[in-house]
Design a protein. Structure first.
Length: 57
């Protein structure tokens, strides 16, 4: 289960990306998440996925 709170979601996703996944697509596929929905939630906090860093910044 992923966090519903956007700030906790940010922390959760960046940890997973850093430690377990090579990119956001692999994370979303494995955890059965809608990538657009994830990016929309974090964009509301002004965080966007950076594929070179493999994290939300």
């Amino acid at each position: 289960m992923i966090p519903k709170d956007p700030v906790m979601l940010l922390s959760f996703l960046n940890l997973k990306l850093r430690d377990f996944y090579g990119n956001l697509e692999a994370l979303c596929e494995d955890l059965e998440l809608d990538r657009e929905e994830v990016e929309k939630k974090l964009a509301a906090l002004d965080y966007h996925y950076d594929s070179e860093r493999n994290q939300f910044i």
